[in-house]
Write a protein that binds this ligand. Structure first.
Ligand code: URA
Length: 202
């Protein structure tokens, strides 16, 4: 794996370029562009959301709409700067009319996320909402049950701490979900400050 941040970034940029022309599923017919992900290639913390929305599809950057603004604000509240983390999605292309990702699309897109995790080598992966959480925990348990509970998981050839969070779109719809999400993000910040925390192995 990359030995320094510049090499890591370079490797990630070459995967980004490759992903731009992906036609592995039919979302390539309706997308404006592939939304690969953005942020610090050397980040300890990787966020994985669901799929780009209209604004993300237009700008080519994840979490730039209302959900993204809320996420950025909640992170800033606990001293986490957006520039210091990497943000990606389960699907790299926008589903038409923002419908839910299909299981076949998630499976087809999965290697791009696996490659991002392999290159970035994050210590903690925070999943936003049900789709990313179920995919990476490899468990059907929903976000309402597992939010805020760190677990260790083998992703590729590395063990990372998974930290499930509510999706910010759910927090925009409900103040009680927003409160829970704030509380979980505070716990996430504490976890990042404790490098030796082993989390819970299931
Ligand atoms: N919701 C997501 O899950 N991802 C984005 O990039 C934007 C909104």
């Amino acid at each position: 794996m990359a030995t320094n941040p510049a090499e890591r970034r370079e490797s990630l940029v070459s995967v980004f370029r490759e992903a731009q022309s992906c036609t592995k599923c039919s979302l390539s017919d309706s997308r404006t562009q592939v939304v690969f992900g953005s942020g610090n290639a050397d980040a300890d913390l990787l966020f994985v959301g669901e799929a780009p929305g209209a604004e993300e599809d237009r700008l080519g950057v994840p979490f730039v709409g209302r959900s993204g603004n809320l996420l950025t604000t909640m992170l800033a509240e606990v001293g986490i700067a957006r520039e210091d983390v990497f943000i990606a999605n389960t699907l790299k292309c926008r589903p038409p009319d923002n419908r839910d990702p299909l299981p076949s699309e998630i499976e087809t897109c999965r290697p791009w996320l696996a490659e991002q995790i392999r290159l970035i080598e994050p210590r903690v992966v925070a999943t936003l909402g049900n789709f990313a959480t179920k995919l990476l925990r490899e468990d059907p348990a929903g976000i309402t049950k597992v939010h805020g509970v760190p677990v260790e998981r083998r992703l590729g050839d590395r063990t990372v701490t998974l930290f499930p969070l509510f999706h910010p779109a759910a927090a925009l719809r409900s103040t009680s979900v927003a409160d829970l999400m704030r509380r979980d993000i505070a716990a996430l910040a504490r976890l990042l400050d404790r490098p030796e925390d082993p989390g819970v192995v299931e």
